[in-house]
Write a protein that binds this ligand. Structure first.
Ligand SMILES: Cc1cc2nc3c(=O)[nH]c(=O)nc-3n(C[C@H](O)[C@H](O)[C@H](O)COP(=O)(O)O)c2cc1C
Length: 364
């Protein structure tokens, strides 16, 4: 489960009956719309240049937790049927694990009982459940005026240029830098025609987050966000603010100096990405998530037959994404939204009780 008082899990397999999400701890009375859910799910389809040819309709089927357009407060389950499935090819590679994929580790962990069709539970298809869970996180954040937005920052060596304001004002669902995106699409098409894949970075920012969310140890906001991001398949790095660049700086360059703006404590720079001591400091939470190149590629690669231990060459011919990053933008946004909503509920329930405690004392 991701989250503490607001929690979600995902279930299903890439080529099984369905995928979905189970959410617990949602407040009752949140107004929700299936059209909005579908719109978010559509963003996960990515770009034609980069995405596999698998086409799912992504029609959410609400099993529980929603009644007359509002959350009921009961466990909420939504499923998305898998319709466009072709498993024929996976028997061929059952015992010859794809380099870079989870085939080998899932075979070992589950003693060969894992559903290997389309990578089973390890498939990117499961991220549709993350997007659905994130939808409810967003709804909670919206009530507090908190906005979360992600975009492609880079693919290969092509870096998109955009400021935080441009990110939030842009209507583009994937990247505000149109010029960079043209180059990125060309690069992905080139890599794909080469039978290869490419990685990249998604940047995600949360605005208007109040100071005080998180904690110094197991509540650490960076730690909990990172855990949620690493639950997304293919994530290999997460940084906050200036991240790894901070390791090359002096304190005098790195520290964000404090000031006051409109009666509110702010920092003049945001090198720390909005978190100090594991706790939000009221500045935007800025994070970058590195995605590796899609492991399934069409170039021949060396592997080992798990039964005979003979070295073999495999050449894949299934349906794969040439670049995961365009699909991942909304997935990253969803994880950030869900984790922040959980932290907001934790903080607010505490404040609520502190208020009550004060009132009780006043009343003697
Ligand atoms: C949205 C999304 C789509 C993905 N599509 C593919 C794909 O088409 N082919 C593939 O081999 N891996 C794909 N992956 C990545 C694998 O699921 C992932 O690399 C694999 O499960 C191993 O996990 P790890 O990379 O986290 O170690 C995708 C991941 C995401 C998030």
């Amino acid at each position: 489960m991701i989250g503490k008082i607001l929690r979600f899990s995902i279930f299903g397999e890439s080529h099984g009956v369905a995928v979905g999400t189970l959410i617990e701890g949602l407040p009752p009375g949140i107004e929700v719309s299936e059209d909005e859910m579908k719109e978010l799910l559509r963003r996960r389809w990515g770009l034609p240049e980069s995405s596999s040819t698998r086409r799912e309709v992504d029609e959410p089927q609400i099993i529980s937790g929603i009644f007359k357009g509002h959350t009921t407060g009961a466990p909420l389950a939504i499923v998305l049927e898998n319709r466009d499935v072709d498993s024929s090819y996976y028997e061929e590679i059952r015992y010859t694990p794809r380099p870079g994929h989870s085939d080998y580790t899932s075979y070992v962990k589950y003693f060969g009982f894992n559903d290997y069709r389309g990578s089973g539970f390890f498939s990117g298809r499961l991220t549709a459940g993350m997007v659905l869970a994130g939808y409810f996180g967003r709804k909670i954040l919206e009530m507090e005026g908190i906005a979360v937005k992600a975009a492609i920052r880079s693919v290969g060596n092509i870096v998109a240029k955009f400021s935080e304001d441009e990110l939030f004002s842009s209507k583009d669902p994937i990247c505000p830098d149109v010029e960079a995106m043209e180059k990125i699409k060309e690069k992905i098409a080139e890599v794909r025609s080469d039978g290869d894949s490419i990685g990249g970075i998604v940047e995600c920012v949360a605005r208007n987050v109040p100071a005080g969310l998180g904690g110094p140890f197991d509540d650490d906001l960076e730690g909990e966000l990172a855990r949620a991001f690493f639950a997304i398949p293919a994530v290999k790095g997460v940084e906050f603010g200036m991240g790894f660049q901070l390791a090359r700086m002096r304190g005098s360059e790195a520290n964000d100096e404090f000031g006051v703006k409109n009666g509110k404590i702010v920092t003049e720079s945001n090198n720390m990405g909005g978190v100090l001591g594991g706790i939000s400091n009221g500045m935007s939470i800025v994070t970058r998530i590195a995605f590796k190149p899609t492991p399934s590629i069409y170039k021949p690669q060396k592997t080992v037959d798990l039964r005979s231990l003979e070295t073999k060459e495999i050449k894949l011919h299934g349906r794969f994404d040439a670049c995961i990053v365009p699909k991942a933008v909304v997935v990253v946004e969803s994880m950030m939204s869900f984790v922040l909503a959980d932290h907001l509920l934790r903080r607010y329930s505490k404040l609520h009780f502190m208020d009550k405690f004060k009132k009780d004392k006043e009343m003697g």
